[in-house]
Design a protein around this ligand. Structure first.
Ligand SMILES: [Mg+2]
Length: 290
């Protein structure tokens, strides 16, 4: 959860840069002064974590209610365009399944929102990959009914679980794909598995996407490739992930969640930790549990 929030807040700082200096700032690693605020990725992950803490599984009605309540309390977290409608309607008492299914002319959302929040769930159930997969699906469909969004969530949750389990980088992507349902997400992950971990992320983003379409398909394979290339170094992974641009808060939230599940915040510079907006105090109580 802390790795995800750090990645989200770090990634969001790049949206304050003028476009003409963005690449230079990323290459030269200019760190933003002042507070780094986290966004919808962290807000939704906190709701999911709270439901896991209360129920030890994804209670979908409770999760939908938690998402809607968090949105109503603080709607200015850069939620995706369709999520405003979804979370407002659920908050007004509509059935989440009906609301979610009618998005995008009945196809459901294939955005990256189900994937961006799910890494803590993968860590939570890390000792049982079947449960990781089934609970990731249950968490995804509360807001994202399209199978590609679900596949993206499964991939990220499995990646976080494998990260906890210490699977090495050169086996990582293949082990993730093994658990992802047939989809464009899975197909792009197979492509990612053939790209050398030493490649330039900007080049990799050209092949896989880096979230510019804010879809699961053009976000998740890139993020998992970046995570696999730096599994033991959260800070380096976030720099590499951000370098390609795109939906940086979300790609970095996913990478931060996956790697943080293994490393915690070890090695993260002190000024990053003091810049990052704190998480609510209840998260500390969860961390203390075995
Ligand atoms: Mg965001």
């Amino acid at each position: 959860m802390r790795g995800l929030a750090l990645g989200d807040a770090f990634g969001e700082t790049w949206f304050f840069r003028p476009a003409e200096v963005l690449e230079t700032a990323l290459v030269e690693r200019w760190v933003k002064d002042g507070e780094w605020l986290w966004t919808d990725d962290t807000a939704m992950a906190l709701s999911l974590l709270q439901i896991l803490d209360r129920h030890d599984r994804v209670d979908q009605d409770a999760l939908a209610a938690a998402f809607a309540a968090a949105y109503a309390a603080d709607p200015y977290r850069c939620y995706g365009a369709s999520m405003h409608d979804v979370l407002l309607a659920i908050g007004q008492g509509e059935d989440w399944e009906a609301v979610t299914r009618r998005q995008f002319d009945g196809m459901g959302s294939w955005g990256n929102g189900a994937a961006m929040r799910v890494a803590p769930l993968g860590a939570w159930f890390a000792d049982d990959l079947d449960t990781v997969v089934s609970e990731a699906v249950r968490s995804a469909v509360v807001t994202h009914a399209h199978p590609e969004a679900t596949a993206g969530a499964v991939a990220v949750a499995v990646a976080a679980a494998l990260s906890v389990r210490g699977v090495p980088g050169d086996e990582f992507i293949a082990a993730v794909v093994d658990r992802v349902p047939d989809s464009e997400v899975a197909s792009r992950l197979r492509r990612a598995d053939r790209i050398a971990s030493s490649s330039d992320p900007r080049h990799v983003a050209g092949m896989l996407g880096c979230g510019k379409q804010i879809s699961a398909v053009d976000t998740v394979p890139y993020a998992i490739w970046c995570a696999a290339a730096h599994l033991d170094d959260l800070t380096e992974a976030l720099w590499a992930t951000a370098l390609a641009g795109g939906d940086i808060d979300t790609t970095c939230a996913i990478v931060g969640g996956i790697i943080g599940a293994r490393t915690g915040l070890t090695g993260v510079p002190a000024d990053w930790l003091s810049s990052c907006e704190p998480l609510p105090a209840w998260v500390d109580d969860i961390s203390d549990q075995p």
